[in-house]
Ligand binder design. Structure first.
Ligand SMILES: Cc1cc2nc3c(=O)[nH]c(=O)nc-3n(C[C@H](O)[C@H](O)[C@H](O)COP(=O)(O)OP(=O)(O)OC[C@H]3O[C@@H](n4cnc5c(N)ncnc54)[C@H](O)[C@@H]3O)c2cc1C
Length: 375
């Protein structure tokens, strides 16, 4: 899949978690890698919660995606250890697990259907009585009717992960160029990896759409850690919400999923997130509200990523469309794309995620927008 005489072996477009992890893996294996991005880490990862939740996010109708999420989550412990070693940076990798809860009887009924589906897939979901829940997390509201433990769903802090990946990639020899790529034809590389998140649409014509997510950051008063250690996800009077505790006192409370492309923060979304969060974890009412922000997830028509060559372009590999799962999918994406670059042989795990499944949906690069997005 390579031609001769190019300036570098691999050009990576995008220095978010996906592009940087791919660059790290390839540079560590001796390839000359250049990563292009005017604002590394400014995409969806800048607002993401960082849950590594293949079990809690195993939804009806997404079996192939669930398989990839599980494969990536299984790689996270070794990936985290290797990245800490390579970068010298701590990035908040925590393994206490996730508690899934329902506030009211109706919330619990809805949650139980999903837990039954997840258990049917053989996933580790352990139902808990209210007493068992509160033994694990006394901070949960007494009204919470029930829950379940997903012990293998972990978390990481994306705002620390990206600098760690950047350091590891650069230490391995990758070069960062702080400029946007306007056209793929401007690049002089044997292989190009398009890992530009939402920016991939204009460069490739792939049907990557922006999906808005509003999210809040709270901080426990007095510089102490939050009063709970698990990631808490739940239904509260029909609202879905999660609260992700960090060791430094931060709690990430999210997130909306909106089919819109603006990044406005709305009063209604903040109200719903806070109400649902405080209903489940009353102590959050005493926390400082330090940030309200919106980001854009790179979604695809089936909400699964696009991993592999563009149709008819074996020298251009897509690694985009990770939607709500780009942090958990970072290790598997990096490994599979790096192996593909090095061997030219696609891992069987890639088969359901090829760009060809959208043939006809995109229609090639959008000539009206290509090159304009950074003007
Ligand atoms: C509110 C919210 C919560 C989330 N929570 C989670 C979570 O808990 N767990 C999880 O796994 N995922 C979560 N995500 C999703 C996750 O953030 C994304 O899937 C992930 O960031 C995708 O990584 P990426 O590197 O592909 O894209 P991005 O993080 O968007 O990075 C893309 C990079 O490409 C660059 N770029 C774009 N166009 C160009 C161009 N033309 N030239 C050069 N560079 C370019 C950008 O500057 C950016 O740095 C969440 C997202 C949001 C919005």
């Amino acid at each position: 899949m390579t031609g001769d005489g190019a300036a570098v072996d691999v050009a990576v477009v995008g220095a978010g978690p996906i592009g940087l992890a791919v660059a790290w893996r390839l540079a560590a294996r001796g390839l000359r890698v250049v990563v292009h991005d005017p604002a590394s880490g400014s995409g969806a990862s800048a607002v993401a919660a960082g849950m590594l939740s293949p079990v809690a996010e195993a939804y009806f109708g997404e079996r192939q995606l669930t398989g990839l999420l599980l494969a990536s989550a299984a790689r996270w412990p070794a990936f985290a250890a290797e990245l800490t070693e390579a970068s010298g940076v701590e990035f908040g990798y925590r393994t206490e697990g996730t508690l899934m809860v329902g506030l009211t009887g109706d919330d619990l009924a809805e949650a139980r259907r999903l837990w039954a589906y997840q258990q049917g897939l053989g996933l580790p979901v352990t139902p808990l009585l209210p007493s068992g829940l509160r033994d694990r997390e006394p901070a949960l509201a007494p009204r919470v009717r029930g829950g379940a433990l997903a012990p293998t769903d972990h978390q990481v802090d994306p705002r620390l992960l990206v600098p760690a990946l950047r350091t590891a990639a650069q230490r391995a020899g990758a070069v960062l160029v702080p400029r946007p790529v306007r056209r793929l034809s401007d690049l002089d590389a044997r292989v190009t990896v398009v890992a530009a998140g939402c920016g991939a649409a204009a460069l490739t014509g792939l049907p990557v759409r922006q999906v808005k997510g509003q999210i809040l950051r709270l901080r426990a008063p007095g510089g102490v850690a939050p009063g709970f250690r698990h990631v808490i996800r739940g239904y509260a009077d029909g609202e879905q919400v999660y609260a992700v505790p960090r060791a430094d006192g931060e709690v990430v409370l999210g997130a909306t999923v909106e089919e819109r492309t603006d990044t406005t923060v709305t009063a209604g979304a903040v109200l719903r997130l806070l109400r649902a969060g405080v209903d489940l974890l009353p102590e959050l009412a005493e926390y400082d509200l330090v940030e309200a922000v919106a980001g854009l997830r790179p979604g695809t028509p089936d909400n699964a990523p696009v991993l592999g060559p563009l149709p008819g372009r074996p020298d251009v590999l897509a690694a985009t469309g990770h939607h709500r799962h780009g942090i958990v999918l970072t290790p598997v994406t990096a490994d599979l794309i790096a192996d593909l670059v090095l061997t030219g042989v696609p891992d069987p795990l890639l088969a359901p995620f090829g760009a060809d499944r959208f043939a006809g949906a995109g229609g090639g690069p959008d000539r009206t927008t290509e090159g304009d997005q950074w003007s």
